[in-house]
Structure formats: C-alpha cells, structure tokens
Design a protein around this ligand. Structure first.
Ligand code: COA
Length: 258
C-alpha cells in the first residue's frame, strides 16, 4: 500500500507509521488521517506485526493539529463531517487489538494531542509540548480531545487545559499522567521499540483481550467486568494458556510466537 502523507515500515515485527509533513509541522489533513486509519487496519490484520508506533517526521513536531488551511472555509456540515471522520480514525487507533505507542517527538497540539491520546501508551522526548489550543481558533477539540483528556489527566486539569489552551511541556505532561515516559530524542524510537518488544514476548491473545477489556471500561454499551469474566474464561481454551502454564511449571520462558 502506498501513501501520500505518511511513511510506513515493518522492521523486526514492529510497524512504524511516520507522519510525513515536516514543513507543515505534520499537520493532519483529511487524506493523512485516512491513511493512518488504513495503515493501522493493515497492521492489525498482518500476523507479522506485533506492535505499532506512530510518530512525526523531523525533530520538532509529532503533529501540530488538524490542518487549519484545509478547514478554514468549512461550513457547519463540513465541520461535523471533519469531526466524525476524525473520531473514526482515533477510534481505530484506540480499539486496535495490537499495542500502539505514540513516539511524541515534538509538538502534539490539537488533533496531534488527540492522536497521541488515542494511542495506548505515550513516550515523549523532552522537547514535546502538549495542548488543545482549539479555543484560540473559535473551535473546540473535534477528535475526542474533550473526552480522552479527562480520562488521562482527570476533570479539573482537563478543564484548565481545554479552556486556557495552555501548552504544557513533557515534564508537566509526565507529572499529569498524559505521558508514560520521557526519553532523549535520540533514544525515543528505540525506547518505543523496547516497550513493544517487551509486550510482544507476552501472550498475544492475552494482550488483545486486555486491550479490549480496558476499552470496554470506556464503552457505555459494554460492561467491563462482564467482558473480563468472559475473556478470562476464554483464555483457558487457548494453546497460549497451555504454553504459559507449562513453561512456568517446567521453569522455562514461554514461547508464544512459534
Ligand atoms: N495546520 C496547518 N498548518 C500548520 C499547522 C496546522 N495545525 N501548524 C503549523 N502549520 C504550518 C504553518 O502554517 C507553517 O506553514 P508555512 O511555512 O507555509 O507558513 C509551518 O507549519 C511551520 O509552522 P510555524 O508556525 O511557522 O512554526 P513555529 O515553530 O513558529 O510554531 C507551532 C510552531 C506548532 C507553535 C505553530 O505552528 C502553531 O501554533 N500551530 C497551530 C497549532 C494549533 O492551533 N493546532 C490546532 C489546530 S485545530
């Protein structure tokens, strides 16, 4: 599959999606967002892929938001479509049954912050900056920012960030729980890969089910506790369960990837 605004590569079972509009601070236009959705869907289906990294090209920006130039003349109907299409993309990332890590290499603003928040784990370089500046533009976040920011940092801080449009640095984002780890920019990709490799050594169906249970917590149509009970039971019917328990009793490392 070839893309116009993103680069993708599969190296040692990890699939990297790089937003490739460095001259525009990796701003997310509509085509680019659809490309991210297609790439995540493709990677989720590909048995060779154990985990996904999303990052921005260059050293300044992960993504500085939705493309303001693209939507500046939109009417209300077009604005609503922009938002619902964006939600679909973010949901695709968040609901992916393989782990998705955001390697936040710079500005993650507006839609960029929303994309990072849709990922399962965020690892940032020290120059990363996070914010939802939409109220500066007469807008509000449109790709789930009003909802996911509350989930990650709590209501009080989310209200402050969403209404002041303040940008916060990586340290503050880490303190608030918006970022899992901060590492030097040159170590960013290898740290993300190490995290995904660690997860890749665990039971793949265990990881997918865990991600689905966590997702159920945020889904009004599902009961998270019941989801966990069902999935826990279904683990017992898998060869991975046999391998994991046998390996423990035989005092060896489980191998789930044969
Ligand atoms: N949409 C479209 N273009 C964007 C963009 C966005 N969200 N963010 C940056 N760009 C473009 C700029 O227009 C500029 O293009 P140009 O060179 O053709 O003029 C280029 O990227 C570089 O950005 P610039 O503003 O010159 O860089 P900077 O280092 O001075 O500032 C930011 C960086 C991220 C602070 C600044 O670009 C910014 O505030 N961007 C918008 C953030 C935002 O409001 N996002 C929410 C959108 S809903």
């Amino acid at each position: 599959m070839s893309f116009q605004y993103i680069r993708t590569e599969l190296v040692e079972n990890l699939f990297t999606i790089t937003i490739n509009r460095e001259d525009k601070m990796n701003a997310l236009n509509a085509t680019l967002l659809q490309e991210i959705k297609q790439a995540v869907n493709q990677a989720e289906k590909d048995a060779e892929v154990y985990g996904i990294i999303i990052t921005g090209s260059g050293s300044k920006a992960f993504a500085a938001g939705a493309d303001i130039a693209e939507f500046k003349d939109f009417n209300t109907v077009e604005g609503q479509k922009l938002s619902s299409d964006g939600h679909e993309v973010m949901n695709t990332v968040e609901r992916c049954l393989k782990p998705v890590v955001a390697a936040v290499n710079g500005f993650a603003l507006g839609g960029g912050c929303e994309l990072a928040m849709a990922c399962h784990i965020r690892i940032a370089s020290p120059n990363a900056k996070f914010g939802q500046p939409e109220v500066n533009l007469g807008l509000i976040p449109g790709y789930g920012g009003t909802q996911r920011l509350i989930q990650l940092v709590g209501k009080g801080k989310a209200i402050e960030l969403l209404t002041t449009a303040d940008m916060i640095n990586a340290d503050e984002a880490h303190r608030l729980g918006l970022v899992n780890h901060i590492v030097d920019q040159e170590k960013l990709m290898e740290t993300c890969r190490a995290m995904l490799n660690k997860i890749a050594g665990k039971s793949p169906q265990g990881i997918s089910k865990t991600l689905e249970c966590i997702q159920a917590f945020y889904d009004d149509t599902k009961n998270g506790m019941d989801t966990e009970i069902g999935f826990f039971g279904s683990c017992f019917g898998t060869s991975e369960f046999k391998e994991g328990t046998s390996a423990f009793l035989e005092k060896r490392k489980a191998n789930y990837r044969n």
